[in-house]
Write a protein of this length. Structure first.
Length: 271
């Protein structure tokens, strides 16, 4: 029996590690070839280390271990031209594009006004750029496709603290829902489906680092609007979210579009 994504090509941002790497490996395991993009650099307002070129090289190896092919490029989702060039490198190699996963994101939760601007630029404008550079090829192909925006439980509820970086994170993740819903309508005539996925805490270096752990603890101490899952699990794994993304981009979800899908162990419902 063939793999469900055999012959397809997936464009994934923020792919050097964490959730982005999990999506790349899972979709590759399902038969897709991968165009992987990551900044591979630091942003000043982000207090934890971001992905590196070495991390991206590890993603390449893991994808190749599945038997899939991969083109990996360093690019900044804030820079549309940079992102378009990275996508073109993949198109030159594979000749088509079927799946987009706009995953690149940061969480500068204690960074003040600088955090606001950076998180809006990366998480929201970056998602817009990712879709914007991809859709001309997908429309021209005329074979449909699937786009998934990786938002957050904070894109469906008012989580966060009073820090401007935290407010910006929640605003950006809510904004991705608006992008998703509009693009779902705009692209439906081309049989391109658009959905968003909303995890609660996932065990990646965005959450599992000294600074974010301290912010979560401080927010709890101060009575902030924090998380907490309904199911008896404190944190999920990246593979759990990748399972949902793999379903959304497959033919099993061929009539699913315009949906904000929580994969959050009941976090949003508990609120």
């Amino acid at each position: 029996m063939g793999r469900p994504l055999e012959g397809q090509v997936a464009f994934i941002t923020g792919a050097a590690r964490g959730q982005g790497r999990a999506y790349a490996v899972r979709l590759a395991s399902d038969g897709a070839n991968i165009i992987a993009v990551d900044l591979c650099g630091q942003i000043d307002s982000v207090p934890y280390p971001l992905g590196t070129a070495e991390d991206l090289a590890d993603t390449v190896k893991l994808v190749e271990d599945t038997g899939a092919r991969i083109v990996a490029e360093q690019a900044d989702v804030r820079d549309r031209a940079s992102l378009a060039a990275a996508l073109q490198a993949g198109l030159d190699e594979f000749g088509r594009l079927d799946i987009v996963v706009a995953n690149a994101g940061i969480a500068p939760m204690q960074a003040g006004s600088d955090g606001w601007y950076d998180v809006i630029d990366v998480n929201l404008t970056g998602a817009y750029h990712t879709v914007d550079v991809a859709i001309p090829t997908m429309i021209e192909q005329g074979t449909g496709g699937s786009i998934v925006l990786i938002s957050s439980a904070a894109g469906l509820a008012g989580f966060g603290s009073s820090d401007a970086g935290s407010i910006g994170y929640t605003a950006a993740k809510h904004g991705m829902v608006g992008l998703m819903r509009l693009y779902a309508n705009l692209l439906a005539p081309h049989s391109i489906r658009v959905n968003s996925v909303h995890p609660s805490g996932v065990n990646t270096l965005m959450i599992n680092n000294e600074f974010t752990r301290r912010w979560l603890a401080d927010m709890a101490d101060q009575g902030g609007t924090g998380g907490g899952n309904a199911l008896p699990v404190a944190i999920m794994q990246a593979d759990d979210i990748a399972d949902a993304v793999a379903w959304l981009v497959s033919d099993q979800a061929r009539y699913v579009t315009g949906v904000a899908l929580p994969v959050d162990a009941g976090c949003v419902n508990k609120r």
